[in-house]
Design a protein around this ligand. Structure first.
Ligand code: FFO
Ligand code: ATP
Length: 192
């Protein structure tokens, strides 16, 4: 399939899965949402315990939040980094962040570390947001290519998708630049 043919498929899938994710989260009670993904499943605990730098993200909207996983990793000595983006043409960077550090508003209502003060870190494990995933560990993101480029820049980092179970699809359309995940963690399951 060509990149153009996939583009339509990817856009339609993004719209459909975003809607499913929103409905799923709306039906969760706040306590259930807060408890989801608090505790890493044991295979992920082993990975987080050995990681020096764990990159995560601050969830927005109905995204599944890796906050509990980041807390767990930080408590075991990992440094935490968060993504920083400015414009689509500029590659995403991972900047050091610890609880209490200041954040600044970025695009899409994201809160990001301050690029003037936060140190850039090379992650050895990346907890990545996503729109959709499949059992082949293909990942569909927001379409800016930020994560695919970051995965190419840090090829030795573990790539772990964080998602609600309703974001699973039978098959994510694959393009040549798409980098597969090593695993996906959901509120229900560890998928490898
Ligand atoms: N919580 C979370 N953080 C994340 C991501 C994510 O998916 N979720 N990202 C996953 O990639 C990166 C940010 N992704 C972005 C993807 C697209 C655009 C974008 O389309 N920007 C447009 C207009 C934005 C606007 O409407 O304000 C532009 O700059 O032209 C920006 C950031 C890093 N942080
Ligand atoms: N390693 C790369 N170098 C340069 N451009 C890239 C790279 N990877 C992806 N891109 C570009 O990023 C764009 C978006 O690709 P795609 O729609 O697959 O993004 P996505 O996987 O949904 O987004 P993301 O990776 O940000 O989560 C494409 O136009 C592609 O050419």
């Amino acid at each position: 399939m060509t990149g153009e043919a996939n583009d339509d498929g990817k856009q339609a899938m993004r719209a459909r899965i975003r809607a499913a994710r929103r409905d799923f989260v709306a039906a969760l009670d706040p306590a259930g949402r807060a408890l989801a993904l608090r505790m890493p499943p044991s295979p992920l605990q082993a990975l987080l315990a050995h990681a020096t730098v764990v990159a995560g993200y601050l969830a927005i909207g109905s995204e599944a939040s890796p906050a509990g996983l980041l807390d767990w990793a930080a408590a075991r000595g990992a440094r935490i980094a968060l993504p920083f983006v400015s414009r689509p043409a500029v590659p995403m960077r991972f900047l050091a962040w610890a609880a209490g550090d200041s954040l600044r508003p970025g695009p899409l209502g994201l809160m990001q570390p301050d690029p003037d003060t936060a140190e850039e870190l090379a992650p050895d494990l990346i907890l990545a947001p996503l729109i959709a995933f499949d059992r082949g560990l293909r990942r569909l993101g927001q379409g800016a290519g930020f994560y695919d480029r970051a995965f190419a820049r840090y090829p030795d980092a573990q790539r772990i998708g964080v998602a609600w179970s309703v974001q699973e699809v039978p098959l994510v359309p694959d393009d040549p630049w798409d980098v597969p995940l090593h695993a996906v963690v959901t509120e229900k399951e560890w998928i490898t």
